[in-house]
Design a protein around this ligand. Structure first.
Ligand SMILES: Nc1ncnc2c1ncn2[C@@H]1O[C@H](COP(=O)(O)OP(=O)(O)OP(=O)(O)O)[C@@H](O)[C@H]1O
Ligand SMILES: O=C(O)[C@H](O)COP(=O)(O)O
Length: 403
């Protein structure tokens, strides 16, 4: 059983370095608000009530992706949620950051620049190695304690997640505490009836292994999104458009081809693949095609209507449904049908239901879905599925306290 020291154990009026996860969607260059901001604002609010001086660390996107942007807009969104100024510092661990930190006073909140702009942050290495990075060595001496609140990034062994707890007092924030408890409890649930998992989104490394890992717990997997198309490719279908796009397919295919083919072969009778797909036609409207009409020459942006209806039926007959990732680019109304139809079917069904994924959770606000119709909606994606499989989260382990 994990024991954390939480922010309730910190004496008032300290200088705190707080790692949050406000990794967000970026549309037309604009950072989109999400439930992650609201949830972390609750942690910050609680820290402000204890007169702490706060510097926030967070990441956004990955180098090479168009979502890899500055955190300037994130500071504005957090300011709105908190109704308290969050000052953006366009530097993470250089002289400008140190000068801003030096001036921090009780009640101040700073947001330092994207941690993934620092050299030592990203490669996944063990916590002791990450503790040696310039980021950790430079910032740690400036603070009394570290607060780990980035539950949704706790599966990443990155410097800002695992390095600081090695060299300074570390505490779990409110998001870390509540998400950890709720998601870990899910693992121990047992169901008499059919358990269905909807697996979509863009992150193959998060989605593919869980088919094998949840072998005993899940009866059928309904696939969609980029993940579904990768499985279709493993089934010899000519899909997965990358030309000029954000490189979601070829790179992930090269990395995971063997696993995709093995999993498809071993679980074929329990994996439901899309039987039709949607695309943008010449008039800019939603077009659909069966698998006979697919080709790598065009992007497919949603599962087709027949697939959506079939998945909705499967959901309706389930005792429990777990969702990770969206079935299509739901942010565009033309390609929201798969995701929204399945989420609506879950809302209407009398089943135990959990929806995870930082991006996927946005569909609730966009399409007026009511969280109350679901058992739980997590702001975590990769960390949530790892909690389901029982795989330890390194960013949680480093906060554990035996005392
Ligand atoms: N066919 C597709 N092509 C491109 N993008 C897609 C497709 N289908 C779904 N998506 C995108 O997948 C995103 C959600 O997937 P992601 O893998 O980020 O999952 P998540 O579980 O919501 O998030 P996270 O793991 O980041 O918390 C959505 O923003 C959606 O636009
Ligand atoms: O959005 C997420 O799932 C987390 O912030 C982790 O981001 P990553 O998948 O880019 O490491």
């Amino acid at each position: 059983m994990t024991t954390f020291r939480t922010i309730d154990n910190i004496a008032p009026d300290r200088r705190l370095l707080v790692r949050i996860d406000v990794n967000a969607a970026v549309e037309d260059g604009t950072v989109q608000d999400s439930r992650r901001f609201a949830r972390h604002a609750e942690t910050i609010q609680a820290l402000l009530a204890d007169d702490h001086a706060i510097a926030l660390l967070a990441h956004q996107g990955r180098p090479g992706r168009d979502t890899f942007v500055s955190l300037e807009e994130h500071a504005e969104i957090l300011t709105d949620h908190l109704d308290h100024r969050v000052e953006f510092v366009p530097d993470t661990d250089g002289n400008d950051a140190l000068a801003a930190i030096d001036g921090l006073e009780s009640g101040d909140v700073l947001l330092l620049e994207n941690t993934r702009m620092c050299d030592g942050e990203l490669p996944e290495e063990d916590p002791d190695t990450k503790a040696e990075t310039d980021l950790v060595q430079t910032l740690a001496p400036e603070f009394d304690a570290y607060v780990g609140d980035a539950y949704s990034a706790a599966h990443r062994s990155h410097a800002s997640i695992v390095g600081f707890p090695r060299v300074m007092d570390a505490y779990a924030g409110r998001v870390m505490e509540t998400e950890y408890e709720a998601n870990t409890a899910l693992r121990d649930r047992e169901f008499d009836g059919t358990v269905t998992m909807i697996l979509g989104g863009t992150k193959a490394e998060d989605a593919i292994p869980i088919v094998e890992q949840l072998d005993d717990a899940v009866d059928r997997f309904c696939l969609g999104g980029v993940v579904g198309e990768l499985f279709l490719r493993a089934d010899d279908r000519d899909v997965g458009y990358d030309v000029g796009g954000p490189e979601l397919f070829d790179h992930q295919w090269d990395e995971h081809q063997e696993t995709l083919e093995r999993v498809l072969e071993a679980y074929r009778d329990r994996l439901y693949l899309p039987t039709d797909l949607a695309f943008e036609d010449d008039r800019g409207e939603r077009g659909e095609t069966t698998l006979e009409g697919v080709s790598k020459e065009r992007p497919f942006l949603d599962v087709g209507s027949k697939t959506a209806a079939r998945y909705a039926d499967l959901v309706a007959g389930s005792e429990a449904v777990f969702v990770k990732g969206a079935l299509g680019v739901f942010e565009d109304e033309r390609f929201a049908r798969g995701t929204v139809e399945v989420l609506s079917a879950i809302a209407e069904a009398d089943c135990f239901s959990v929806v995870g994924g930082g991006d996927t959770a946005r569909a609730f606000a966009l399409y007026d879905l009511d969280e109350a119709d679901f058992t739980r909606v997590s702001i975590a994606g990769g960390a949530y599925v790892r909690a389901l499989t029982g795989e330890p989260l390194v960013g949680v382990t480093v906060l554990e306290y035996d005392g």
